[in-house]
Design a protein around this ligand. Structure first.
Ligand code: ZN
Length: 133
């Protein structure tokens, strides 16, 4: 694992959360992107070598809608950058981690992503992400 690529924050309303984080950080997001397969709209703010990702649901079946229903707004996942996502999936499986999607999916911000179930990582949903060349 190379670094914390980003921290994902579940929000109810992307526009109002953008506003809040613009005020908090003092600058605008560098990108807003909808990911149909995940039912989310995302905004990204740079944070040094890392990023803050705001995620809002675009439909009621979205995992973000379900998360907010259960827990309210807040930190949803931590994403680690990896050089070889397939090798990391194999390594984590061998270590006994529960992988949610073994086949990497195309996530936001030009990344291949795999999620590790929070049950196997002390309550934290972990995202592995590899930059798509
Ligand atoms: Zn993420």
């Amino acid at each position: 694992m190379q670094k914390i690529e980003h921290i994902g924050i579940a929000v109810k309303d992307i526009e109002s959360a953008n506003n809040t984080y613009e005020k908090l950080l003092g600058y605008e997001p560098y990108k807003q992107e909808e990911v149909d397969s995940e039912g989310v709209i995302t905004s990204f703010f740079t944070m040094g070598e890392s990023k803050i990702e705001l995620l809002a649901a675009t439909n009621p079946d979205s995992p973000i809608a379900k998360f907010i229903e259960k827990k309210g707004e807040g930190i949803h996942h931590i994403a680690f950058a990896v050089a070889d996502i397939h090798a990391e999936v194999d390594r984590l499986k061998a270590e006994g981690f529960q992988i949610i999607n073994e086949e990497p999916r195309k996530g936001a911000d030009n990344k291949l992503v795999v999620f590790v179930h929070p049950k196997s990582s002390n309550g934290v949903l972990v995202e592995l992400c590899q930059e798509i060349e």
